[in-house]
Design a protein around this ligand. Structure first.
Ligand code: FES
Ligand code: FES
Length: 172
């Protein structure tokens, strides 16, 4: 290949990165998006879909503020690439209350037990708790502490978070 040919076929460093088309379902609605393969699910949800209930804390998998459900399982959306969630069902905190605004039992319990202060960690705590209860991993206070240990609360509302989660688990 001549130098001229190789110049013609090499991508320019200024070229836009390739995008990928991804189909997924978010809170019951089918969506199709073209994304840079580096786009995290967290960025997609917050910046493309405006679902800012999912919080961006550490961006490195240590705080749990960005917890959402992918096919019913808890995931850290800051560590999940959108392309890896292709075809999946995504559920965020915005989908937890009923369409008429009736709060989910966990949302009511967090209010009732005063399980928050600033509220920044709360969406992630609640999404984590919902899955935790469904998985049968909220059978005791120790269970809740262990299975939700990835959800940090800088306001240290932990005792009341545990009580709120247990109250809902016990009512099931
Ligand atoms: S923002 Fe994802 S774990 Fe902190
Ligand atoms: S309520 Fe403030 S970080 Fe948890």
């Amino acid at each position: 290949m001549s130098t001229r040919d190789s110049e013609r076929t090499s991508p320019s460093p200024l070229e836009e990165p390739k995008t990928f088309r991804v189909n997924l379902t978010v809170n019951g609605t089918e969506r199709t998006v073209d994304v840079d393969p580096r786009t995290t699910l967290l960025t997609l949800l917050r910046e493309r879909f405006g679902l800012t209930g999912t919080k961006a804390g550490c961006h490195q998998g240590t705080c749990g503020a960005c917890t959402v459900h992918v096919d019913g399982r808890r995931v850290l959306s800051c560590l999940t690439l959108t392309v890896s969630a292709a075809g999946a069902e995504i559920r965020t905190i915005e989908d937890l209350a009923e369409p008429d605004g009736t709060l989910h039992p966990l949302q009511r319990a967090f209010v009732e037990f005063d399980a928050l202060q600033c509220g920044f960690c709360t969406p992630g705590q609640i999404m984590s708790a919902e899955a935790c209860i469904r998985e049968g991993n909220a059978e005791s206070e120790n269970d809740v502490r262990e299975y939700m240990s990835g959800n940090l609360c800088r306001c240290s509302a932990y005792p009341n978070i545990v009580r709120a989660v247990r109250s809902v688990a016990e009512s099931r």
